[in-house]
Write a protein that binds this ligand. Sequence first.
Ligand code: HGY
Ligand code: MN
Ligand code: MN
Length: 416
Amino acid sequence: MSRVKENLIELGSLGRKDGARVESYEQLDTDKGLWRLEGNELSKASKDYLVETMEEAGLEIRFDRAGNIFGRKEGTDPGRKAVMSGSHLDSVKNGGQFDGPLGVIGALEAVRVINEEGFEHSRPIEVAVFVGEEGSAFERGLIGSEVLTGAISYDEVLNLANSDGELLKNVLGDYRGEFLMDLGGVEYFVELHPEQGPVLDTEGIPVGIVESITGLYWLRVVIEGEENHAGTTPMKMRKDALVKAAEIVSFVHEKALDMAEKTNGSFVATVGRLEVHPSATNIIPGRVELGIDIRDVNQGNIDVFKAAVTDKVAEVSRVPGMKAKAQVLVDKPPCLCSGEVIEAIERAVRELGLEARKMSSGAAHDAQNLAGKVKTAMIFVQSANGISHSPREWTSWEDVETGVNVLTRVIKDLSG
Ligand code: HGY
Ligand code: MN
Ligand code: MN
């Protein structure tokens, strides 16, 4: 366990601008989170450390064309389809040190334990580190696992631009190879992840068995009005892009509250990004960009909501002298997890005498891309106070150990 703790603390340190090592919840500096955005210097330093740690575990390392990292441990029957486990390394802006790395280090630890025990497994085991899961650098999200499914091409992924206009292919550095992971050679995928919500924490249950993962829909909305002088432009003559953006922000929030109340309660919508141009106190904003995140485990609710938001945006573009357009960045349906993998997780928690509960995931994950191609499920452990995508994100070392123990048993069960 101390190996896992050291790996997660070191990766946390490599993801912070000040390099701080945080070993306990009390040490968290609530505004010094992780900035490990895909392709930045923190990302490269973290991959250097992770790859070294994977090599020490005897894994055969391969980089695919999009920058995904795979570490393979052969089984006694290499011809059998593999058991894959892993997650992502990139973080959100000012994020926490468990979202992603817990699943990567958890899979790596399972391999180290299997090595030490000399456990014989017929299926090969693949440890996966997916590129660009968060969409915090390349505003699409889940791209590393999506490219494996063929839903997006490698060229399309490599030519995605970040907010500085840098293309993914030019920021991956040494972490680009020619390897092609064929999911036809993978039977199971299991991902260990912090729940990132309040359910396990409030119910005091250590393990979540994920049965379904939320649908995810991202819209980039651009509103264009007319920059003008804040002092000399009469109110009636203004084409203020921020005023219209504010109407959309309120519309999204009010309608989401209403929809969550009227449906199964898992519906959420957020305007998490708002960029005002040129953003000066004495200039009427001429251009505003919004990032809208819409989610539910029920696709019908997403469809109704996205149509209402698109209509609202169209309303703005009917205002004389103003333009508004909405671009779809992510359109991921909700997914159901594999009963076979869920049963393997249930066996593991029973053997370990742990309390567990089945649940859906409000967060999106690489697992939902894999679920379309291989038998997939997820293991959740508690997020302290239900917080994530925040410097205050924390999972106790005891829960980390619990999650890793369950994951290890599941990987042994599925690969044995
Ligand atoms: O946004 C999400 O749900 C995930 O953490 N990327
Ligand atoms: Mn994640
Ligand atoms: Mn995340």
